[in-house]
Every structure is written in C-alpha cells, then in structure tokens.
Design a protein around this ligand. Structure first.
Ligand code: URA
Length: 436
C-alpha cells in the first residue's frame, strides 16, 4: 500500500478501506507521509466525500493515533460536551457543575482560545490558583471525588487530527463535512466519555453558516458516535450574536457564576442553552425522559446545588473560591471605555465574529498559538439586538490592561454593531434544532 495509490483511489471516487485510512492517519501522526501528499489526500476527500463507514473509521483511526483517556470505570455516567466555537460561550462553566450535581462524571479536557473564539481553559485560569495541568491520576481521582474535573488538552490527544487539521487549514479543505465531523469526534472519542452532547453553532460567528449544512454535520457526528458505541446528540444553536453579555475570560467566569447563583435576567440565552445541553446529557446518561431531565437540571440550578458544586470543583483544582463568592475580587482591567450609541432607536445587529475580533484586539484572545492573554480584557454588552437605545446611552463597556489596545478595539467594536430606527426582533442564541 502506498499513499499515492490511496490518494488516487479517493480522487477517483473510491471507498477507502479501514486499512487505507489507518495508513494515512499513522503516516500523519509519525511524519512518514509528506505534507504535500497529506494535502492532496485531504483535497481528494474534500472533493469526493466519504461514506458514513469511512468517516467513522477516520475518526477512530485519528483517536487511536495518540493517547486516550480511560473513563470506562464511570460507565454511562461519564458525560462530555463540545461546542463548535463561539463568542461568549461559557456553557462548560455551568454545564460541568450541573452534571456533577446530578451524579454524572464530567471529566473534560478543554482547549485554549485562538483567534476570535475563546477557550474554557483560559477562562478557568482567570481564577487565582486554578490548576489546568494535572497528572492523569489526579484527573481521575478529582472526577471520582467531586464528579467534575476540567483540565487543558494534552498535546498527544489525536495527533493525526492535529496534523491533518493544520494541513487542511493551509490548503483550503477545512469546509468538508466528513473531515470536520471526524476531526471533532476523534478528540471526543479519545477523551473517553460515553455520553456526549455536541453544540453545533450556526450563524455569522460560527463555523457552520447555514442550518442545512449544520444538520448534515450533526448527522455525520451522530453516525460516528453510533459506530463507536458512544451516545451522541447534537443541538444546533444560533450564533448570530454573542452568547450572553460578557465576552472575555474573567468577565465570562463572572457571568457564569452569576447564573449559577440564580441571576439570569438579561442572560436568558446562556441559561437556556445550558439547560438544554444538561437535559440532553442527563437523558443520554440516565435514560430519562426530556421532561424529567429538564426538571432535575432546573432544580439543581434553582436551589443552589450547582453553585456549591462549582465551588467544590474549583477548590479541588486549587482555585480561590473566595473569588466566586465575591466576584469583585477578579482583578478589574486598568482601562475601560463606555461606548455611546450614535443614534436613538434599536440595536439591530451585533456581528459575532467582529465582536470576537474586538475582544481579541483588547487582549482577551491570542492572534498566535502560545501568546499570553489578558484575563481582565473583554466586552460587556449592555445592549443586545432587539433592545432599545437612546443616543449617547452606553451600548457596551470595553476593558483592557492596555490603553493602546483599548483605542484600537473601539473602531472594530463600532463596526460590529448596527442600529435601526424601527424594532428588529431577535431570537437570541436559541436552540434551533436537536438531532438525535
Ligand atoms: N473543529 C475541529 O476540531 N475540527 C474541524 O475540522 C473543525 C472544527
């Protein structure tokens, strides 16, 4: 078997055998296949597509190309979630303690932010002392004891995916359903959870710009889950505006903590997406009905159990829980700017990607891998689409530790927000569909 034969086989529309797929993944992981050949192979898949069987084999081979986490001791109770990139998406911070409060085991490896989207690990690191690097033994022991543990992704999880993703990014073959589905699922398979809910974002700031393509992606990921003996469900949620009102690391932790303390006014979109993710995870892991699951989830949010669980979790990973009880202890940004509305009327649009780029400019994200981020930087949206404004009223507060970054971000932010004289209805970041 040679890589040239495999490229030609796919180029000519053939169905690759499990052995051919394994060959490509092993060669991507150990560097024995040249980048230009991997690039040609990705493009052949992009053009010719893959069957469900090939896609599942690709996900499984990429998952097996590196380390994997064994969560089998927790059986069906081990749960995980993944969101396909978003702005203001702090759902993991809420879903994790809710699921642990309900007796599930939420052992998650999360990523760091890159570009305009944020990463959970960066958010958690804004809590003083929180350790995102644990040994495998500590990871399992913390999960066993508190029901939840969230750490940074190790470099050796699905290395074939890491290589192929970088190649796709540089060679124009990112937007392929089998390649995206297998890439996302390879990391979920390696991370070990049995019941998985995938939150596929749809809209201007998302990977999937339209609902039809998002449904196809969801079906492909569900099929991989079924072929691998995992329970998978996908939610399609709107990402035509940031989720909630806070964008930026410590600002998002504060918003999540407030929701866990029962303060949901103005951030009903975040609350609802979290309740949906948790309800579906509970259904999958406990075999309960949707109605029973939702009642349980809402119950632990309402009676403060989930907030107490968050404190237990943060303490178990070395974090200062005093900052959760009193969120004014999060170091505020040195420079703040209140953005005034240029006209009276309504906010008609907040372009998600541009808001993410403004947060990036403020220092909340990284333009390059490994760059240091500013935990206190970000944006608080006082007005969101559909809300009334008067000329001069504050639409948002921009925060940064750097005066020059603040100045640079104002222009980017102003480009992101559109106004109208007439009311334009907005649905917020609602759940658009559920693919089981
Ligand atoms: N996220 C991934 O992990 N992989 C893709 O291919 C696209 C989004």
């Amino acid at each position: 078997m040679t890589i040239i034969d495999i490229i030609k086989h796919k180029r000519d529309g053939g169905e690759l055998s499990p052995e051919e797929i394994e060959f490509v993944c092993a060669g991507a992981a150990d560097g024995s296949i040249a980048d230009f050949q991997l690039s040609a192979w990705c493009m052949a898949v992009f053009m010719a597509g893959m069957t469900d069987r090939e896609t599942a084999d690709l996900a499984s081979a990429m998952a097996r190309s590196g380390d994997s986490v064994d969560l089998s001791r927790f059986g069906e109770l081990s749960v995980d979630k993944h969101s396909t990139g978003g702005v203001g998406d702090k759902t993991t911070l809420i879903v994790a303690p809710v699921m642990a409060s309900l007796g599930c085991k939420f052992a998650k490896m999360s990523g760091r932010g890159l570009g305009h989207t944020g990463g959970t690990v960066d958010k958690l690191e804004s809590i003083e002392g929180y350790r995102t690097v644990l040994t495998p033994e500590e990871f399992i022991a913390t999960t066993e004891k508190t029901g939840v543990c969230v750490i940074g992704q190790t470099g050796s999880l699905a290395p074939a995916d890491k290589k192929l993703y970088a190649i796709r990014d540089l060679s124009g073959s990112i937007e392929s359903i089998p390649l995206i589905a297998s890439s996302i699922m390879s990391k979920k398979l390696a991370a070990g959870a049995h019941s998985i809910v995938l939150d596929v974002k749809v809209g201007s700031g998302a990977f999937m710009k339209d609902l039809k393509e998002a449904r196809k992606l969801a079906r492909a990921m569900n099929a991989i889950g079924a072929a691998s003996g995992r329970k998978v469900m996908c939610l399609l949620t709107e990402m035509d505006q940031p989720l909630g009102r806070a964008v930026g690391n410590s600002l998002e932790v504060i918003e999540a903590v407030d929701i866990l303390k029962g303060r949901t006014e103005g951030v009903e979109d975040v609350y609802e997406v979290c309740v949906e993710i948790c309800s579906r995870l509970y259904m999958l892991s406990r075999g309960a009905t949707y109605e029973d699951s939702r009642e349980k989830v809402v119950g632990v949010l309402r009676d403060g159990t989930a907030y107490e669980k968050m404190k237990e979790w943060v303490a178990a990973q070395g974090g200062n829980t005093g900052m959760l009880d009193d969120t004014s202890l999060f170091a505020p940004a040195g420079f703040r700017f209140d953005v005034p509305a240029p006209q009276s009327g309504f906010v008609s649009r907040t372009d998600t990607e541009k808001i993410g780029l403004a947060a990036l400019e403020l220092g909340a994200g990284r333009k390059e891998l490994g760059e240091k981020i500013d935990s206190s930087a970000g944006i608080i949206l006082h007005k969101k689409p559909g809300e009334k404004v008067k000329k001069g009223e504050i639409v948002a507060t921009l925060c940064s530790s750097s005066r020059s970054k603040l100045d640079a971000a104002v222009g980017v932010f102003n480009e992101a927000v559109k106004y109208s004289r007439l009311f334009v209805p907005s649905r917020g970041a609602s759940v658009m569909d559920v693919i089981e």
